[in-house]
Design a protein around this ligand. Structure first.
Ligand SMILES: [Zn+2]
Length: 80
């Protein structure tokens, strides 16, 4: 049987707990980023009024519900 002191046992328990917290934090953060990235794929930005609206990803162009302008999924392009 392995004999360890209470201090060593407590340090190992603390290390395991910290590792678990880090692991769950990383899992939560990566799933949140994945969910956010997936949600952003369904959004389009109007080139004229810069309004963000939900768009169907299967279509190439969308009609802005605010100004009626036609825009694609790529978002606004820089003017200069
Ligand atoms: Zn617009």
């Amino acid at each position: 049987m392995i004999e360890i002191g209470f201090t060593t046992f407590a340090a190992v328990c603390l290390g395991v707990c910290l590792a678990l917290v880090g692991l769950f934090s990383w899992i939560s953060r990566s799933s949140h980023e994945k969910r956010e990235r997936r949600a952003r794929q369904h959004h389009a930005v109007c080139r004229l009024c810069l309004a963000v609206f939900e768009a169907d990803g299967r279509l190439g162009t969308h009609r802005c519900p605010h100004c009626g302008g036609s825009t694609g999924n790529e978002g606004p392009t820089p003017l200069g």
